[in-house]
Design a protein around this ligand. Structure first.
Ligand code: E4P
Length: 219
């Protein structure tokens, strides 16, 4: 299972990459806006830090302009995955960009029918938003299960990228279902390796070790 990080904050991305667990990055217009700097520069910087896919989202809503924006974003670096919304114009744009061998992440997916269309349009990634579905009282993870089954039924290559992740349980459930990727807010990635019993156990070992006055490395 691959982990992408869902942020446009360069410092945070550098710090997260140093853990060795980051396979790619996802951004969206809201995350870029939070940084208050030039989008092209942000994407260029992120792409220079990591070899894996870096999602950069179009902001036009009509097919023609989306296509131009997508081509422009893809020209920033070879590892840009152009993010398009799951609208009919977005799907048309996905198809065209894929014909030009540009990676495409179809975002804002909230139903299995939408995910099926994205796969038929040749999407490299489909991004179902589990947290936002949970927010409206639905079970986001049920959607992941459905998409994984549908894609397996037809052998689609589109990777299931679990987005809008809010909890560690989302990550565990996504892994149990066999989703290809989860994009994680930085906080969740750090939470994955933290456990209070690890901290407590480590402290007890260190306290006992101190009593022996030994050191592992020669002095
Ligand atoms: C992923 O590509 C999206 O940008 C992101 O996961 C959305 O998450 P949110 O619902 O927490 O904003």
């Amino acid at each position: 299972m691959k982990f992408f990080v869902d942020t446009a904050d360069i410092k945070q991305i550098e710090d997260l990459i140093s853990t060795g667990f980051v396979d790619g990055v996802t951004t969206n217009p809201s995350l870029i806006a939070k940084q208050g700097s030039d989008m092209k520069e942000i994407i260029k910087n992120i792409c220079s830090l990591i070899e894996g896919p870096v999602s950069a989202e179009v902001t036009a809503t009509d097919h023609e302009t989306m296509l131009k924006e997508g081509e422009y974003l893809a020209s920033i670096a070879t590892n840009v995955a152009v993010k398009v919304p799951l609208t009919v114009d977005g799907l048309k744009t996905c198809k065209k960009l894929r014909e030009r061998e540009i990676m495409v992440n179809v975002t804002l997916c909230f139903s299995a029918a939408q995910a099926l269309l994205a796969a038929k349009a040749g999407a490299s990634f489909i991004s179902p938003f589990v947290g936002r579905l949970d927010d409206i009282g639905e079970k986001g993870m049920d959607l992941i299960e459905d998409i994984v089954i549908i894609y397996e039924n037809y052998g689609f290559d589109t990777e299931v990228l679990v987005a809008s992740v809010r909890t560690i349980q989302h990550v565990i459930d996504a892994a149990l279902i066999g989703a290809n990727v989860a994009t994680l807010p930085p906080k969740i990635l750090h939470e994955l390796y933290n456990h209070q019993l690890t901290d407590k156990g480590l402290q007890a070992f260190l306290d006992d070790w101190k009593k022996t006055s030994q050191s592992i490395l020669p002095k």
